[in-house]
Design a protein around this ligand. Sequence first.
Ligand SMILES: NC(=O)c1ccc[n+]([C@@H]2O[C@H](COP(=O)([O-])OP(=O)(O)OC[C@H]3O[C@@H](n4cnc5c(N)ncnc54)[C@H](OP(=O)(O)O)[C@@H]3O)[C@@H](O)[C@H]2O)c1
Length: 225
Amino acid sequence: MKISVIGGTGPQGLGIAKRLAIAGEDVIVGSRKEEKALKIVNETIDELKDYDISLEGMANEDAAKNGDILIMTVPLVAQAPTLKTIKEFVGDKVFIDATVPLETAIGGSPKRCIGICEGSAAERTQALLKGTGAKVVCAFCNISNSLLLNIPNDIDCDCLIAGDYQDAKDISMELINKIPGVKCIDAGPLERSRMIEQITPLLIALNIKYKSQFGGLRITGIDSK
Ligand SMILES: NC(=O)c1ccc[n+]([C@@H]2O[C@H](COP(=O)([O-])OP(=O)(O)OC[C@H]3O[C@@H](n4cnc5c(N)ncnc54)[C@H](OP(=O)(O)O)[C@@H]3O)[C@@H](O)[C@H]2O)c1
């Protein structure tokens, strides 16, 4: 089972790639440029030399083709162009989308989201992948790259996920729960991604206000396992 991170060269994607690789998964880091992916993967293997990891670098198209589970970590402006390049390779795979529609996409504040016609970025991904059979799951929106890259520390956070396909959510939860400290919570159908994505600018605002990089989310009183 291979996990491909599309746009995996940025902090969010690389943080997820590192955590999943350390957890024992075979991970592919995707980029628009194969050379960039290879360079970052080589640096990462060197950085994580104390761990026995399986990490490869590829162009996004090859990463989409070779991955069994796809995770997309690109900014909102790159969402549609990226999906266009990989759409033919997505098929009916589980497609985890971490996109948050921050207002920064139009030069605005990271403390606000912009409105998306489809309802949320994840619903837009599902719409843009129409005809492929892709099973989109919204996840990782509320876990910051600072936490993901803070290796080897555990991540003291819940990961709210949403999606319309229970099998895809079950596979995603099993995968994400391998990251030490993270507890996945199934928030329901994909339309709940509207609320999940909106939590991110709140967390960013709280991190700025309280001068932290590690603010995250825990839901209490629920046994989701
Ligand atoms: N950063 C966080 O803490 C965090 C937390 C929760 C959710 N998220 C979400 O995760 C996603 C990725 O976040 P990030 O901070 O890692 O983003 P980023 O660094 O801005 O971008 C990630 C990767 O996307 C590709 N990319 C950037 N601009 C592009 C463009 N115009 N067209 C095509 N590809 C482009 C680049 O890869 P190549 O140049 O290699 O192709 C880049 O390394 C975003 O949607 C963000 O809202 C981030």
